[in-house]
Write a protein of this length. Structure first.
Length: 113
């Protein structure tokens, strides 16, 4: 049992394990940009907006996660053509870290029952 709790306390492992499907496309898009695999700016901006809205909607639909959606609102209401990818990554990392803490709490409680 202690091994399970130690594993769950490792936020990097948990973040990878518990990442919602709605966030995968956003993370993949950011990785493609960093690797300079996307050359069409209009295509990138439309995918970015779509991915952010999907993830935002997912957070809004879950009572425990609504507070995390406010961190994405600033990006959603900004001009996408001037978005800073480094800032976006930092915000997403913060959101996912908090998400992992919320999710791990309920997983540990269920395991201890």
């Amino acid at each position: 049992m202690n091994e399970i709790i130690c594993l769950l306390s490792d936020t990097d492992n948990l973040r990878e394990w518990a990442m919602p499907v709605e966030c995968f496309s956003l993370c993949n898009l950011i990785q493609q940009i960093e690797k300079q695999e996307i050359f069409d700016e209009a295509f990138f901006l439309s995918r970015l907006e779509s991915s952010l809205l999907t993830f935002y909607g997912y957070l809004q639909m879950n009572k425990k996660l609504v507070s995390l959606s406010t961190e994405l609102e600033e990006i959603l209401y900004s001009d996408f053509s001037s978005i800073n990818i480094c800032e976006l990554k930092e915000i997403l990392n913060n959101v996912m870290e908090k998400y992992s803490m919320i999710i791990s709490e309920s997983i540990i409680v269920k395991m201890l029952r």
